[in-house]
Design a protein around this ligand. Structure first.
Ligand code: GTP
Ligand code: MG
Length: 195
């Protein structure tokens, strides 16, 4: 799919503010995993979503209008230990509300760092998606930081872990925002999911 336009639409601090007019695809995952960077890479605009080396950069639900037809949604990260507890709770309520109640979300991309072994917080989150019947895919990020053999074994380990609780694997993507890897696969997948 070609991206002909990508513009910032709005930031929402609660679910009632979220647009409901068009289908949307959202990025979620631990703080600093590379959600905002992936969005920028997909649309080919470096500074569209704000990126930072410090975890906790994205704090609101950000909608970006793509091709005047659908939204990419950049969500705050979860598991940001340095935020005060009340802020963390607020984030997780915002995330939980959006993920479980948004009416237009077609698919949620759960981003996981390709370098790390399966993290409990991600597995718990994926478990929640399963219980709620929320359609999701997994995107391995920052794969430029691994050799191809290390990446292959890291992915195999992740799949084995998922198969302990799932009969079937979800759609899985490999990405590097640095090397612009995974772009066509993710955009083509989105195109096929559009209603
Ligand atoms: P929060 O908004 O804080 O939850 O973080 P985020 O998930 O949006 O991460 P963000 O895109 O801000 O990236 C975090 C850091 O990881 C930044 O320093 C990025 O430059 C870096 N980064 C993101 N994607 C990649 C990648 O594919 N490769 C490499 N090498 N670095 C990346
Ligand atoms: Mg972000």
């Amino acid at each position: 799919m070609q991206i002909t336009s990508a513009i910032f639409k709005c930031s929402s601090a609660k679910l009632s503010q979220v647009p409901r007019d068009l289908p949307e695809f959202a990025f979620i995952g631990r703080s600093n995993v590379g959600k905002s960077s992936l969005l920028n890479m997909l649309v080919g605009q470096k500074g569209l979503a704000k990126v930072s080396a410090t975890p906790g950069k994205t704090r609101l639900i950000n909608h970006f209008l793509i091709n005047d037809a659908w939204y990419l949604v950049d969500l705050p990260g979860y598991g940001y230990a340095r935020a005060s507890k009340s802020i963390r709770e607020q984030f997780s309520k915002l995330i939980r509300d959006y993920v479980t109640k948004s009416e237009q979300m077609q698919l949620l991309f759960v981003l996981v760092d390709s370098r790390l072994e399966p993290q409990r917080i991600d597995l718990e989150f994926i478990e929640l998606l399963g219980e709620q019947g929320i359609p999701f895919g997994i995107v391995f990020t920052k794969c430029d930081k691994l050799s191809s053999s290390a990446l292959a074994s890291s992915m195999a380990r992740y799949k084995r872990k998922l198969l302990e609780s799932w009969e079937e694997l979800p759609p899985i993507f490999i990405s590097s925002s640095e090397k612009k890897q995974g772009r066509d696969e993710i955009l083509d997948f989105i195109e096929n999911c559009l209603p």
